[in-house]
Design a binder for this molecule. Structure first.
Ligand SMILES: [Zn+2]
Length: 291
């Protein structure tokens, strides 16, 4: 059974980029007879706000995308400190987890050079936690991007699990949540494709059996080629609602923006599986799910 998740971060309002993700998540899951869970990725306590969360839930309901287990209880990463601490303890038993006091400024680029690995620092405030990442390549067959190879140690070095402010990192929280919720299909934007190798490695280090299938889908790009971020007049769902558009208009607009339809036509949330049912992509997720 395909089980996927829609996992917004309440750091802003819902925009067309989220709608594209919802189309792929619900569409691919439904086309395979599968289910969708909702998860609030509010691990960043500084940037997340309750008013964003309630607005996201409201817009999602208005669009017609319904999570299969409902919203009660709503799974929030901010409620899962105990779960992440347990996972951290599990990692500590088999791997080298160490405190790191390097600030982002001290780390040139994306890769951490292991400066604190053998310094024997004690855990404490103002210090993050990392796990040593060994060499080796992680390979996966992305539904849309094809076979990809990542080498986590070369790409990012030892992984940050908790940052210097005490926040669990995206990579760690997502890996633990996907494992514990039994997610079979991770469906997200192409901007997150590069995270996949390190999440697969972390899963392995946490003793995870099996691994999910990955689908990284196209993003809506602004005319300048940058990706959409915060809500704006022409892309924010609440602004589009206020301008009189229907849910079908908004979903159709998002589908057209990433080429799922040749030109705009209204699409209802319960019809998004039609994009994938008879396509080679839908067929592939079908076969993957029956493995
Ligand atoms: Zn360090």
């Amino acid at each position: 059974m395909v089980l996927s998740r829609f996992a917004p971060a309440p750091t802003g309002f819902l925009h067309l980029g989220h709608v594209v993700n919802a189309i792929y998540v619900w569409g691919l899951a439904r086309a395979a007879g599968g289910r969708v869970l909702l998860r609030m990725e509010d691990h960043d306590r500084i940037r997340c706000r309750p008013e964003y969360e309630s607005s996201i839930l409201d817009d999602l309901a208005w669009l017609g995308f319904e999570p299969d287990d409902g919203l009660h209880p709503l799974l929030r990463q901010s409620d899962r400190g105990d779960v992440y601490r347990d996972a951290l303890d599990r990692l500590r038993r088999a791997h080298h987890v160490y405190a790191c006091e390097c600030s982002r400024k001290h780390i040139a680029g994306e890769r951490y050079d292991g400066f604190c690995r053998d310094r024997g620092l004690t855990d404490g405030s103002g210090r993050g936690l990392r796990v040593r990442v060994g060499s080796g390549v992680e390979t996966f067959d992305d539904l849309l991007l094809g076979v990809m190879e990542h080498e986590p140690a070369g790409q990012c070095g030892d992984l940050l699990l908790r940052d210097r402010d005490g926040n669990w990192t995206y990579q760690f929280a997502v890996t633990v949540d996907d494992m514990m919720q039994g997610i079979t299909d991770v469906i997200r934007g192409e901007d997150l494709a590069s995270s996949t190798g390190r999440q697969l490695r972390l899963r392995l280090m946490l003793g995870g059996a099996g691994r999910p299938h990955f689908t990284h889908h196209p993003l809506i790009l602004k005319p300048g080629g940058e990706k959409l971020s915060k809500s704006a007049a022409d892309t924010g769902v609440r602004e589009l609602r206020q301008s009189g558009l229907t849910p079908e208009d908004v979903i159709g607009r998002a589908a057209a923006a990433v080429g799922l339809i040749g030109q705009f036509t209204p699409v209802a949330a319960h019809r998004v599986a039609d994009f994938f049912r008879d396509s080679p992509r839908g067929g592939r997720i079908h076969r993957a799910s029956s493995r």
